[in-house]
Design a protein around this ligand. Structure first.
Ligand code: NAD
Length: 341
């Protein structure tokens, strides 16, 4: 049977066409024996309804999966999020319909923590400007007249959200000899002991940190967690790094903070609107480092994410409970011993 043809006997799996070609093709290869795999650009559009109605699995990148979609997806068994943030998936609505929601925790934490550090180092050592300086000014200047910058060692890092990624950031900060404080709605006593991190209030974290790094999920509680009032509490010499979700920071307030120098700078991988529009004030600012929501974009991490997603979809399609259910579903669909776990 050729690629374009539908095998009526196999369950249909729809993969987000927003995923990179090599990821889509690898997922197709991994699932080909149990499923008929399709790529769809916009599965909420009317034109896609027929395909959605037949689908037993959806593999989502940035798409929304909500009531209006689920209403048509009567055969759906699993929604698998290629990533760890599932703020665009209505988990309650899926659970009500007996649909599994899976994600890819843990396997991507190293990559995001490394990017967080890359942003911190770019800011503290002005790597972007230094690169430009070498290309345009150094030879003419004859000696390095580039201004002195700052150590990370001895500085205070404030981590907002000490979960999987926040903990990996703390591990790296310890190796960099930073003082680490954190704010989380849950006390992480083991991590406090293992890594010597200290739990503080959000207020204290903002007032005392030299670097603030955000690692909370996007929820109604964390939307605009950092606004004008919070940014004004930060030291004028401090930097903020956001590799979580754009709306956790009020972006207008952040732009004012950067323009008016309430804080020293920002490293941002995520934005309220993505891709970041070219007319965003952030584009022209020198005290920011911007990356295109690429926290997990490493070969190793993408491979691990692919195999995690493929395995969970395979399990759902063959009558087994997926291994990486979102926390809200862990008690709803417990793993059964006879599945060999
Ligand atoms: P996690 O669930 O392990 O950790 C989140 C932590 O935030 C938890 O410790 C939780 O208790 C805490 N938290 C939740 N709500 C809070 C609140 N209102 N106040 C204080 N603390 C709160 O998640 P993770 O795997 O570390 O991922 C964190 C987030 O990173 C994801 O939800 C996702 O949005 C983002 N992310 C971004 C990229 C990227 O490409 N930039 C990649 C992966 C994940």
């Amino acid at each position: 049977m050729g690629r374009g043809e539908i095998d009526p006997l196999k369950p249909k799996v729809i993969i987000s066409a927003q995923l990179r070609d090599e990821v889509k093709e690898a997922l197709r290869r991994l699932l080909n024996d149990v499923a008929d795999v399709r790529f769809l650009t916009n599965w909420s559009s009317r034109d896609s309804l027929e395909e959605v109605m037949e689908a037993e699995a959806l593999i989502a990148l940035h798409e929304y999966v909500d009531e209006s979609l689920l209403r048509h997806a009567s055969k759906l068994k699993v929604v698998s999020r290629f990533g760890v943030g599932y703020d665009r998936i209505d988990v309650k609505a899926c659970t009500k319909r007996g649909i599994y929601v899976t994600y890819t925790p843990n396997v991507l934490s190293n990559a995001v923590a490394e990017l967080t550090f890359a942003l911190m180092l770019c800011l503290s050592r002005r790597i972007m400007e230094s690169d430009k300086y070498v290309r345009t000014k150094w030879a003419k200047a004859g000696r390095c007249a580039f201004p002195l910058r700052e150590d990370l060692a001895g500085k205070t890092l404030g981590i907002i959200g000490l979960g999987r990624i926040g903990t990996e950031v703390a591990r790296r900060a310890k190796a960099f000899r930073m003082r680490i404080i954190y704010y989380d709605k849950i006390r992480r006593l083991n991590t406090e002991k293992d890594l010597g991190v200290e739990h503080v209030s959000l207020d204290e974290l903002l007032r005392t940190s030299d670097f603030v790094s955000i690692h909370v999920p996007l929820t109604p509680e964390t939307t605009s967690l950092i606004g004008e009032e919070e940014l004004k509490k930060m030291k004028r010499t401090a930097y903020i790094i956001n590799t979580s979700r754009g709306p956790v920071i009020d972006e207008d307030a952040l732009c004012r903070a950067l323009e008016e120098r309430w804080i020293a700078g920002a490293g941002l991988d995520v934005f309220t609107k993505e891709p970041l529009p070219l007319d965003s004030p952030l584009i022209k600012m020198k005290n920011v480092v911007l990356t295109p929501h690429m926290g997990t974009h490493t070969v190793e991490t993408r491979h691990l994410m692919m195999s995690t997603v493929a395995e969970d979809v395979r399990r759902a399609l063959t009558g087994k409970t997926p291994l990486n259910l979102v926390p809200e579903q862990k008690d709803v669909f417990p793993l059964k011993r006879k599945e060999g776990i």
